[in-house]
Each structure stands twice: as structure tokens, then as C-alpha cells.
Design a protein around this ligand. Structure first.
Ligand code: ADP
Ligand code: MG
Length: 478
């Protein structure tokens, strides 16, 4: 590219800045680079997929107009996500900005288990958050994991991994656990994470495949090769849940790269999936063989005996909050026998008994259980979504704070996420417009209606936004 191009680019940026304002500019465009300008087409790059889709859906025309004001022969803007390799035009950033702060990579493991949501700056899907891991459930520990025939080996391997010290020889790498839905994979992986981090010596990072794709990988793409290595150095154990959801060629390449780098450096990798490596059809052969080269353990279905033990343990833990709650052994046996599907259904069955018991004051009987369990066997109702969850997840996705969503701020980087959140509240919950308005900082119902219509209008022809909303919905309903 010529100097002339560089100068045009500077002028285009200045124009853009004056049109959208400093706030919006630094949120979305500060890290946009010019890659190419030829034959009426300008190629611009941004460091993350998220920025790309955001800019594409909200500012594509404006960016084009700014270019046209500068060079009227330009007819097309192409936006790409730059990879570390492609990034030739980018100046190295100061070290502090490139690396996850050594002490903060574990912020996702604060006691409430929520990934650190506060962005470094609005619109910057910062490395902190991206390396911050997925939320953890405080109940999913080794203490609450009941061991039976179907999961003895997996549990022993998981304990071994969690107990390993820095510098110990890694015995099986990766540890790959597979099982059907609700058989305890996530429970075991989170148990490793809690126990490993409690030691404080090695950092255990827990990520769902989705988080890996949309957070971790894009954060790594903004890094240089050197910074990438440094970032990985901070991780003692990388835990990835639901690997079957990992999709896309380039994501897989990043995954492969990460896996190799970690394993070669003697770091532990733990993976869970709903199928064995050989059945991950979309993965490339090298990755598959690398996965199969560690310890692959299957967890079988929960046998009746194990189901009984899980139920019993659940009752004990429920009693710490609800001392009057008691479930006679015959009722436990009955549930263990009839509710066969998976751990989640067992939990559901007990929750129903508990709710019934609390609401009516009746003690739990076989008859009550029969009624409640029959109810459970009916087709599952879709999960009920809470407005708080919507606000939390939307805020996290767009790197704004929850209080920004509720505030009266009207800058572009909070207005759109707020509209998205209101739209989701309307479509995923049964709350009325006035109720939603109240929950969003006391707004009028017409504001909510406007937001809902706005987003409905946009998703029809904006694929990127539609996709973002799909992802949000999935996160909310999982
Ligand atoms: P998966 O990730 O395999 O779909 P989860 O780990 O989410 O399954 O388990 C579903 C539910 O069943 C959770 O509430 C979990 O605590 C419970 N569960 C599964 N296996 C066990 C076990 N061995 N001991 C205690 N609880 C279990
Ligand atoms: Mg799971």
C-alpha cells in the first residue's frame, strides 16, 4: 500500500471520528486497520470476529460514506478479522496491553463463579474477560460428586489431574471424558477447576467450547505469537467443556495450535464431549489423533444404585437449607427406579418434591412422588429465562456493565445492547412491556416497544445481528 493510502486512511478515520464522536470511535474503530485499497474496494481488518459483525451491522454504510467522501471511486468495503499472521500493518502495542495481567487471568473464578464482566474499555472484548473462563457453579465439586461403577475411572483421573502440582510429570494428556447428556461431565470438569484453583498453585481455566470460540480464540488473534505463548504460560490446566460444539475450520486450527502448544509445554488439557474423539466428524485427523493419544474415558449411564446415592446426597444437601425437608427411602428408591434418564432429571424430580413440600407443608410421600414424577415425564417445558440473566449475558457479550444497561446513558455502545436485552426479555419471558421497562431502570413501556420493534426490524436483513442474537438465546436457554 502506498503512503497515499495511509494518508487517506488517516483522513477517513478523522472523518469517522468527528461523525460518530470520540466515545463510539474508540469503542469500535480504534483497532481497525487498512489492509488493502484497490480497484474501488477497500479491505479493512479488525482483531475480533465480534467487532467485525458489530461494525458490519451498525456502521458499514457510514464507513463506506466516509471513504467515498475521500475517494469517490470507492464502491465497496470489505471487513475481515485479522489473524496474528496476517497482521503486518499493526504496530506492537505496549506490553501491558498485550498480555493478560498475570494476576487476573483467574478472575473468572471469583467466589460467585461469574466471569469478570467489566471491560477494560467499552467495546474492547478484552483479553481479561476472554481469558476469564466460563461461569462456574459452586455446587459442582468433588465432594458432591457421587462415585459409582459407571464413573469410577473418570472420577479417579479427574482427581489425579486436580491434585497434580506444578512440575509433576503429566500422566495422561489430554484427559478426554465423554458421556451422554446429564451424566456428570460438566460436574466433573468444574470439580477439577474448583479443586485445582483452590491449591492456588496452578491456574485452571474452564471454558465451554463456545466461550473458547468466541472469547479465547478471538483474544488470541489479537496477540502476537510471542504474546500468545506468554498468555498460555499462565495456564496450568485448560479445561474445555462440550467440545462437540467447536465449529469452523479456523477455530479448529486455533484449537489445534493451543492444544499442541499446551501439551508440548507439559500443561494439562482436559476435555469433555458427548462422543469419543473418533466420532467428532468435523475435526481434522491430526487433532483427533492428538485427542485420542491421551486418556479417553467414557462415563456410562447412571445405574439405579448410583441414582439412588445421588438422590440421597441431594436430599442431605437440601436439608442444610430446608431442615424440615425429608424424603423417605422408599420414595428415593421409587424415583431412582422410574426416573432413568439422567442427572438433571433426578435433580428436577427432587426439586419438585421440595417445592411441593415447602408450598403445601405436606410431608413427602410415595403418592406425592408418583404424581410429581409423572409430571416430570411429560415433554419438558422450555427453560424459563430470567431478566437478570438476560442482562448479565448481554452485558458480558457486548462488554458493557449491567448498570450501563439500566442507566440513562445514550451512547451507541450501550443503546444497542440495551435494545437487544429488552428484545430478548420480551421474546424469552412472559413479562409485560411495563414490567420489562421497570426492570430496565424504570423506563416507559413505549421505550421497550420501540426497542423490540427496532431489533425485530434489524434481524430480518442483518445476518450478523441475527447470529449474535441466536448465540445469546442459546446461552440463555442452555
Ligand atoms: P453433563 O455435563 O454430562 O450433561 P452434568 O454434569 O451437567 O451433565 O450433570 C447433570 C446433573 O446431574 C448435575 O446436576 C450434576 O450435578 C448431576 N450429576 C451427574 N452425575 C453425578 C454424580 N455422579 N454425582 C452427583 N451428581 C451428579
Ligand atoms: Mg455439560
Amino acid at each position: 500500500m502506498s503512503n497515499e493510502d495511509d494518508e487517506s486512511w488517516l483522513r477517513v478515520k478523522a472523518r469517522l471520528r468527528s461523525e460518530v464522536g470520540d466515545d463510539v470511535f474508540s469503542s469500535w474503530f480504534a483497532r481497525m486497520d487498512l489492509e488493502q485499497n484497490s480497484e474501488g474496494a477497500v479491505r479493512l481488518s479488525v482483531p475480533t470476529r465480534f467487532l467485525k459483525s458489530w461494525i458490519q451491522s451498525h456502521y458499514a454504510e457510514r464507513v463506506l460514506a466516509c471513504w467515498q467522501a475521500e475517494q469517490n471511486e470507492i464502491t465497496r468495503i470489505e471487513l475481515i478479522v485479522r489473524t496474528a499472521v496476517l497482521k503486518t500493518t499493526v504496530q506492537p502495542k505496549p506490553k501491558a496491553e498485550m498480555l493478560p495481567n498475570a494476576g487476573e487471568g483467574t478472575r473468572g473464578f471469583s467466589s460467585n463463579g461469574i466471569a469478570a464482566g467489566r471491560p477494560m474499555s467499552a467495546g474492547d472484548p478484552g483479553v481479561h474477560e476472554a481469558l476469564g473462563g466460563s461461569p462456574l457453579d459452586a455446587r459442582l465439586t468433588f465432594d458432591s460428586f457421587v462415585v459409582g461403577r459407571s464413573n469410577t475411572l473418570a472420577q479417579a483421573a479427574a482427581r489425579q489431574v486436580a491434585a497434580a502440582r506444578r512440575g509433576d510429570a503429566v500422566m495422561f494428556n489430554p484427559l478426554y471424558i465423554h458421556a451422554g447428556v446429564g451424566l456428570g461431565k460438566t460436574h466433573l470438569l468444574q470439580a477439577i477447576t474448583w479443586a485445582g484453583n483452590a491449591g492456588g498453585e496452578r491456574k485452571v481455566l474452564y471454558l465451554t467450547a463456545e466461550k473458547f470460540m468466541y472469547g479465547f480464540v478471538s483474544a488470541l488473534r489479537t496477540q502476537t505469537a510471542l504474546a500468545f505463548k506468554e498468555a498460555l504460560r499462565g495456564i496450568g490446566v485448560l479445561v474445555i467443556d462440550d467440545l462437540q460444539f467447536l465449529q469452523g475450520k479456523s477455530t479448529q486450527a486455533e484449537f489445534c495450535h493451543t492444544l499442541n502448544a499446551l501439551i508440548d509445554a507439559g500443561r494439562q488439557v482436559v476435555i469433555a464431549s458427548d462422543r469419543p474423539p473418533s466420532e467428532l466428524e468435523s475435526l481434522d485427523d491430526r487433532v483427533r489423533s492428538r485427542l485420542a493419544g491421551g486418556l479417553v474415558v467414557e462415563m456410562g449411564t447412571l445405574g439405579e444404585e448410583l441414582r439412588f446415592e445421588i438422590l440421597k446426597a441431594r436430599v442431605v444437601s437440601a436439608r442444610s437449607h430446608h431442615p424440615s425437608f425429608d424424603v423417605p427411602a422408599p420414595v428415593l428408591s421409587y424415583i431412582a427406579k422410574t426416573v432413568t434418564h439422567n442427572g438433571r432429571d433426578l435433580e428436577g424430580a427432587l426439586n419438585r418434591l421440595l417445592a411441593h413440600n415447602k408450598l403445601t407443608g405436606q410431608s413427602v410421600t410415595l403418592e406425592m412422588a408418583e404424581r410429581e414424577v409423572r409430571d416430570l415425564i411429560r415433554p419438558q417445558e422450555p427453560k424459563r429465562v430470567k431478566i437478570e440473566d438476560i442482562q448479565r449475558i448481554v452485558a458480558r457479550q457486548y462488554n458493557v456493565s449491567r448498570s450501563d444497561l439500566l442507566s440513562s446513558r445514550r451512547t451507541a455502545n450501550v443503546v444497542r445492547p440495551r435494545q437487544v436485552a429488552m428484545y430478548l426479555a420480551k421474546t424469552l419471558t412472559l413479562r409485560s412491556l411495563p414490567e420489562i421497562g421497570r426492570r430496565f431502570g424504570g423506563r416507559d413501556h413505549t421505550t421497550v416497544l420501540h426497542a423490540v420493534r427496532k431489533i425485530e426490524g434489524l434481524v430480518g436483513n442483518d445476518m450478523a445481528l441475527a447470529e449474535e442474537i441466536e448465540i445469546l438465546k442459546r446461552q440463555l436457554q442452555e
